[in-house]
Each structure stands twice: as structure tokens, then as C-alpha cells.
Design a protein around this ligand. Structure first.
Ligand code: RUB
Length: 312
């Protein structure tokens, strides 16, 4: 197994998960592929890099960070294999370090929205959302976290693990207990798999119910999202595809066999309308969701051009 196929497999089976980590792993896999292709023929090199692009692209459909990262790394024009290799390696290194810096910057900006004494509710596991909590905690704010379990894959355990290591007091709750606890929550902080041109958020399924409960209780919800989480193709009218995963994640095959006619649905993400979002914290600053159009056209302009003329 090459690093490329191993990475693709790990993204598919969710050993590598979370939109930012998926993007960085994909960039690294393209870099490794570029390094290992053994040919002097630029045509063959380009074909094999395109195959690598396709393999990674087809792993999971929702997190737009994946195609955005792939496009950024694959943006090269070269007459020789040596130049192409160099360009891909440098694009991948830049993407990875920019992405890590973006998460840090989001932590610093977002921490200003967290007050001393706050209870923060988060859903699933987001490294960008966790960066905000960590930065606020390291500033000496006395805060605590409520983490949802996040059925069926329990990414809430990953959040709990991070919080326990940092030392933030944390309470684990069932996803269905969110409304019960909302009276204790000061702010909701979640990550993003994609943000559409109208500022709506695609994130782990259940986020939109949390947003409704927060809205009802007049609790602000903020989104932690690097700018490569914004979806250029939504500007062209496309919708973000919501991944539907295997029913066996929800109901074991042994149980399912008892009710052969039963339909089990397992969407991995849902859509939170922009009206329920107070702010999106990006590495460029804290912006209202209505500014998504600006991020896509001004900041991701070239990717849009690519998506209009070139690839997915
Ligand atoms: C993860 C998820 C996260 C976002 C943001 O879903 O919904 O909230 O990807 O994460 P899954 P990050 O576990 O199905 O990939 O801030 O780390 O990019």
C-alpha cells in the first residue's frame, strides 16, 4: 500500500477525520505521491498526479476543505517533472503550514468571545473550535465545556480527550440532552465542514438542532472555520453533498436482520441556516455569515475560477 492509498483508506474509514485534518493529510499524500513517482515523462507524471487527485477526491464528499486543498496543491504549470515535483511539494508545504497557522489565529480571535466563567457547548470534534477553547483557557479564563457524545461515531470522546489533556473541566452529554442543558450554556462553538455562499453551515449532523435550541434560549452560536472551508462551487449554484454513511453505524447488522424491511438512514452532516449563526471566526477575522460571498470571491477567487473551468 502506498502513502496515497493508505491516506485515502484512512479518510474513508474515518481514522483521519475532521475537515482540517482531512485537508492536511490529503495535501501531504499528494506531496508524497509527487516525490515517489519515478518517471521523466511530464505527461505520465501529470496523469499519475491526476489519478492521485481523483483517489483522494472520491473519499468523502462533504468537507469542502478536501477539494480546496487538492486544488491548491495541484495548481502548477511545469514543463519538466523536476519543476512539477518542486511546485507540488512547495504548494503542499504551504497549504499545511497556512492551515495550521489559521487554526492558531482562529483560536486567538475566537478566545475574545469567551468570557471568564463561561460554559461552552460544542458538538462532534473540531480542531478549530477546540483551539478557541484552549486559547481562552490558557488566557486564564475560568471556563468549562459541555461536549455532546455525537452518535454514531462518538467524536465527542475525542473532544473530551483533548479537553482533559488541556485541563478544561468538561461534561459529556447525550446529543438528545442538548436542549435540557441549554439553560446552563453561555456560548455554542462548533466547527465547519463547509460554508455556503449564503453563509449557511454544513457540520456534523445534529448541529442544526443545537442551533435551534441555542436560538430559542438566546444563546449565541459561533463557527470556527478556516477560509478553505468556504465552498466556491456554491457560488455556481451547486449544493454541498451531504454524505450518507452505512446504516450499520446506527444499527448493528445482527439487529437489522430481525427487521429486514426497516429503513435506517445515517446522514453524517446537516445544514444550519445562516440566521442561527452569530459569527464565523476565520483566520482573517470574525465575520458575519453574510460575508461568505466576499470570502469566496476575494479570498478563494482562484479556486472559483478553477471550479468553473477545470475540475470538481
Ligand atoms: C467532523 C466535523 C467537524 C468539522 C470541523 O466530522 O463535523 O466539526 O469537520 O473540524 P467527521 P475541524 O468526524 O465526520 O469528519 O475544525 O477539525 O476541521
Amino acid at each position: 500500500m502506498t502513502i496515497l492509498t493508505e491516506t485515502a483508506e484512512k479518510i474513508k474509514n474515518m481514522e483521519i477525520r475532521g475537515a482540517g485534518r482531512i485537508a492536511r493529510a490529503a495535501a501531504l499524500a499528494l506531496k508524497e505521491e509527487a516525490t515517489s513517482i519515478d518517471t521523466d515523462d511530464i505527461g505520465e507524471f501529470n496523469r499519475r498526479m491526476n489519478d492521485a487527485y481523483e483517489t483522494l477526491y472520491n473519499t468523502r464528499p462533504t468537507a469542502v476543505s478536501l477539494p480546496n486543498a487538492l486544488r491548491l496543491v495541484m495548481r502548477y504549470r511545469a514543463a519538466t517533472v523536476e519543476d512539477a515535483r518542486k511546485a507540488i511539494i512547495s504548494n503542499a508545504d504551504n497549504f499545511i503550514s497556512n492551515s495550521q497557522n489559521a487554526v492558531k489565529k482562529i483560536g486567538q480571535i475566537g478566545a475574545k468571545r469567551i468570557k471568564d466563567g463561561d460554559t461552552i457547548l460544542t458538538h462532534c470534534n473540531s480542531s478549530a473550535a477546540a483551539a478557541i477553547v484552549e486559547a481562552a483557557f490558557k488566557q486564564g479564563k475560568n471556563i468549562n465545556v459541555i461536549a455532546t457524545e455525537t452518535r454514531p461515531r462518538q467524536q465527542g470522546y475525542v473532544t473530551v480527550d483533548i479537553m482533559q489533556k488541556i485541563g478544561v473541566p468538561t461534561t459529556l452529554i447525550l446529543d438528545s440532552a442538548v436542549r435540557y442543558f441549554m439553560k446552563d450554556v453561555d456560548i455554542v462553538v462548533v466547527g465547519a465542514d463547509a460554508i455556503t455562499v449564503n453563509g449557511s453551515l454544513i457540520n456534523k449532523v445534529g448541529t442544526s438542532q443545537i442551533a435551534l435550541a441555542a436560538h430559542e434560549a438566546r444563546v449565541n452560536l459561533i463557527v470556527a472555520a478556516e477560509t478553505y472551508k468556504f465552498s466556491p462551487k456554491t457560488l455556481l449554484g451547486d449544493l454541498v453533498e451531504i454524505e450518507e454513511r452505512d446504516p450499520s453505524e446506527v444499527l448493528s447488522p445482527e439487529m437489522h436482520i430481525k427487521w429486514p424491511g426497516l429503513i435506517v438512514r445515517n446522514p453524517a452532516f446537516d445544514v444550519t441556516p445562516h440566521q442561527y449563526i452569530d459569527l464565523i471566526i476565520t483566520e482573517l477575522g470574525a465575520i458575519p455569515p453574510e460575508m461568505a460571498f466576499w470570502v469566496i470571491t476575494e479570498k478563494l477567487g482562484l479556486e472559483l475560477e478553477d471550479s468553473a473551468t477545470n475540475i470538481k
